[in-house]
Design a protein around this ligand. Sequence first.
Ligand code: ADP
Ligand code: ADP
Ligand code: ZN
Ligand code: ZN
Length: 751
Amino acid sequence: MDENQYIKLTGLKENNLKNVSLLIPKKKITVFTGVSGSGKSSIVFDTISKEAGRQLNQTFTTFIQNRLPKYSRPDADSIENLSPAMVIDQKRLGGNARSTLGTITDIYAMLRLLFSRIGEPFIGYSHVFSFNDPQGMCPECEGLGKQIKPNIDKMIDQSKSLNEGAIQFPLFRVGSYYWKTFVLSDLFDNDKKLEDYTKHEWHQLLYGENIKIDLPSVWETRQDYEGVIVKFNRLYLKRDLSEHSKKTRKHVEDFTVSGACSNCGGTRLNQKVLSCKIHSYNIAELSAMELSDLSLFLKSLMDPVTKPIVDKMLASISHMNGMGLDYLTLNRETTTLSGGESQRIKMVRHLSSSLTDMIYIFDEPSIGLHPRDVENLNQMLNRIRDKGNTVIVVEHDRDVIEVADHIIDVGPEAGTQGGEIVYEGDLIGLMHSGTLTGQYMKVKPSLKEHVRHPRGYLVIDKATSHNLKGFGVRFPKHTLTVVTGVAGSGKSSLIHGELVPRFEDIVVIDQKAVSTSRRSNPATYTGIMDSIRTYFAKANHVSKSLFSFNSKGACPECGGNGVIYTDLAFMEGVQTRCETCQGKRFKDEVLQYKLGEKHIKDILDMTVNEALQFFQRTEVVPTLQALSDVGLAYMTLGQPLSTLSGGECQRIKLASELYKSGNIYVLDEPTTGLHMSDIGQLVSILNRLVDNGSTVIVIEHNMDVMKQADWLIDLGPSGGKKGGEIMFEGTPHDLVAKSNSLTAQYLKKDM
Ligand code: ADP
Ligand code: ADP
Ligand code: ZN
Ligand code: ZN
């Protein structure tokens, strides 16, 4: 065996790792599997990627090192043969309103270059075509494409007169200084309802300008009449809002909406740039095309001068198409991309790079992907490897596990019951290994036989959000409905753009962060911290408040965080353990009080599972049980919520809904982060909610979940413009028997 062909890890002890050693073959695809909490991230992120970052830092001068994030040495005996590592996760692509898919992929830069070469008429160098350049941007919105506008419907109640308070904006309310400028203007009948105004009166009330009026002497300065909207714009929108009080800013926010800039129509560019065209298209029109159409357009350009640019653009676009992203447009703001889309775009960026001998680390890249798209993903992973890179993937998806050259299964279970390598080798070996992952790779659940019958429907008569083609659709009540379809087919648009806004009382259980406060944790979030503090107070005859992070019991140095955070201007901040309390978060005095044998810090260090043992027969059991039921048994009660993954955030929210009934729940890929063995558990929780009288609607790609649905709504046929239609509505059985949609095809293959 040639040692150089492996990354050699010896004596790993981060988090729950039990002094494990392993070899990862270089220039191969290695997939890490295992239940959540088993220790995959502890190996891949907390050890490998951390050490790679640290080693890279050490190659810089001390001067630069002092300006880089500090990586501490991971807890391991030795780590050999590393290369620089690149982590490609689902963190949203940063950026602001000025960054678009085009700008971050450099495709827009190439398009600008193209316009500067062959655009008619020639207007200047390529930077002129940038909406982030003063020469190219629309002067009105300064290149944002959007404008904050007054929300007239909200601001004006037409069923009232001026005296009755037709102007709803609080700062113009009846009796106010500004209100008087309208009613004392002598331009209106102050008792006439606005709905009875003539067109002229209405226009004057809102948009009147430069009208000389005689106002009583209280007005010394401004003598001209100014309409409601004109005044609002002048006072609040044309000024820097930060000049105003917080309260005023809130009022202004409440009475404005964001809409396309009326000057540039949302294109962000000025008239000169928009007038420059290639074959009758300007740069904004090309940016608004779906990538598949843009590539057809580019292929039609035969100019030998621009061939090199065009070829480069086509190569980038074809990588995007390969990742199932051809429904996107260059003008799409990066902030509106989903986590899965962001990850796939990052992947494309790296695929276009020519670096070799790197380590690429992927965190559940199958998220958001239909089984069809997973095939494309797998090809992309192969291509990255074939360029001479080492690919490391943390993944639960059967189809991704199947492309691995090497599999490392971590387990056997979570937390203290995990932290070991239970299998290393190829797929066939895994299936015979008897590990939990191995067992689930072999068995595939079958279709649900007896589906529930709906009792009533939530009906949408015409769905038009984004790419949806105006279809009608119904969601059966008191059933488990799964919405399927390839990425970009319109699932989120249907759920979040149509269903949720239309019906009241829909509870959205999403993957957004639960809390940004560093002091919140599962115990405080679920409310059991309060009970625990009461138990401590009673047992020790002291005040309950001692046991709170937010009170006098907390370590004064770190404010109960246990760590000190240092914010760095341009990079992720760093944290170091608090010296005063040694990370214990409480004053020593507080830690002398015990419940059983444990002090409060011991309790917060318990996993949900351990706490279930410790708190037997107390009122916190149902909540702990719910956390365990959703697959969070391995999580400690004190883990800061800010460190939770998206999937974990969704499951902790789900746990707090478990004992409610009669709601409509919407979940977005609840299997995210779940091992195959946990999915059965998740499905039974969703079933329990339905049995308790709720309606559950999930967007999901996992076929084990699809098979267990009472009702499926399948969108397609493809993404973007080529999607947005209903391919199938009905039971899983009928989908397989009667439909030939992509989802039906893959489901058939999976049985
Ligand atoms: P996986 O990636 O397989 O889901 P992890 O490596 O994230 O598992 O977690 C393994 C164990 O280590 C779990 O019990 C988890 O609660 C614990 N753990 C993970 N990160 C931390 C941390 N920052 N501090 C303390 N414990 C942690
Ligand atoms: P899915 O959830 O099935 O992946 P989406 O509903 O996210 O599909 O997308 C359907 C279409 O709507 C795609 O063409 C996508 O680019 C477009 N779209 C989605 N969100 C936005 C948005 N915020 N702005 C503009 N277009 C969007
Ligand atoms: Zn504009
Ligand atoms: Zn402290």
